[in-house]
Write a protein that binds this ligand. Structure first.
Ligand SMILES: Nc1nc2c(ncn2[C@@H]2O[C@H](COP(=O)(O)OP(=O)(O)OP(=O)(O)O)[C@@H](O)[C@H]2O)c(=O)[nH]1
Ligand SMILES: [Mg+2]
Length: 307
């Protein structure tokens, strides 16, 4: 592996306790292209990273997602290793994470933290939340990954240049994975070690708010990949509401009380639900044809590049 072909990308926001050591370790492993994208840290993050030899740029907006998408636009190396700046991942596992992209068996590699995590690295709530989100992701995209939200990842240039990222916050890992699935990039997971944050270094993740945002991102982005999943959920919710109101109306009617507006509402919900199911089938047809076209287009482009 030519280490000069690799860009180490570290998003950081107030990681003064760990960033210096992290950059130093990567340099001692032989990596010279280290890019820290900083979210306007108010501690020594920028100074420490620069002192150890990293190139530091300040992100133009807010959030980890915005930082990553800005960094992707300026990176020109063939391979990219992305790692959080909080010292929870091991630098020596870089080679393991990079291997599948370098050997061209993958376009995107995800380090699976659940393979080996230190006690205390996840709260019980985080473990549960991750499990649920991985399952929702599997249902929506048909790819059953163990750790969609991992912060230790590798890419080849093609993968990052093909990516269109619009989410600004902690939904970025989800969006990256979704984009790879949508663009037919090959994803591989490798087992990694995950440590707890060093004491006193605050997390920027707000589990409930960010968890809900991630879940809604998984759902909303599925519209153009798996419309059956997207529209059937709306259809099922609508039919269930209709049936619920309907049961109430019939029950009351048996007691000689008639609710005409509620009866109309129940019927409307059920009809809308059925229409959503039909809409799901039609959208699925459109999306399948679009995917077929895109696949063909990509094949033509790759063959053209070979000539
Ligand atoms: N540039 C930039 N980096 C950010 C921002 N928010 C978080 N980060 C960095 O993104 C990485 C992941 O954030 P964490 O707070 O560790 O989130 P997490 O890993 O999901 O949560 P923990 O389990 O508590 O570590 C860290 O290196 C942060 O410093 C931001 O707004 N801008
Ligand atoms: Mg972290």
């Amino acid at each position: 592996m030519n280490k000069d072909d690799v860009c180490i990308l570290i998003p950081s926001l107030n990681e003064g306790k760990t960033i210096g050591g992290l950059v130093r370790e990567f340099r001692s492993l032989g990596f010279s292209n280290i890019l820290v994208i900083d979210g306007h840290s108010t501690d020594d993050t920028v100074r420490d990273a620069q002192k150890e030899g990293a190139r530091v740029i300040l992100q133009s907006g807010k959030g980890k997602g915005q930082a990553i998408s800005q960094a992707f636009q300026i990176i020109d190396r063939e391979f990219i290793l992305m790692i959080d700046g909080d010292g929870t991942y091991l630098t020596e596992e870089a080679f393991k994470v990079l291997e599948p992209v370098i050997s061209r068996t993958a376009d995107h590699v995800i380090g699976n933290r659940f393979a080996n995590y230190q006690k205390g690295a996840f709260t019980r709530f985080n473990l549960f939340g991750n499990m649920i989100l991985n399952k929702i992701f599997g249902l929506a995209y048909g790819i059953w990954l163990n750790d969609v939200l991992s912060g230790y990842r590798a890419f080849n240039k093609k993968a990052i240049k093909n990516m269109e990222l619009n989410r600004t916050g902690f939904e970025v890992e989800t969006e990256i994975t979704v984009e790879c699935v949508k663009k037919d990039m090959k994803i591989v997971e490798v087992p990694i070690t995950y440590h707890a944050r060093v004491s006193g270094a605050a997390t920027k993740l707000r589990p409930i708010r960010d968890g809900l945002r991630i879940a809604s991102t998984i759902y909303l982005l599925a519209r153009t990949h798996n419309p059956l999943f997207y529209f059937n959920i709306i259809g099922a919710a609508s039919i269930m509401a209709g049936i619920g109101i309907g049961i109430y109306v019939v029950n009351e009617w048996l007691k000689d009380i008639t609710h005409v507006p509620l009866a109309i509402l129940a019927t409307l919900f059920i009809v809308i639900g059925i229409q959503m199911f039909i809409f799901a089938i039609l959208s699925d047809l459109v999306v399948s044809m679009h995917k077929e076209n895109m696949r063909m287009l990509r094949k033509i482009i790759t063959e053209k590049e070979k000539i």
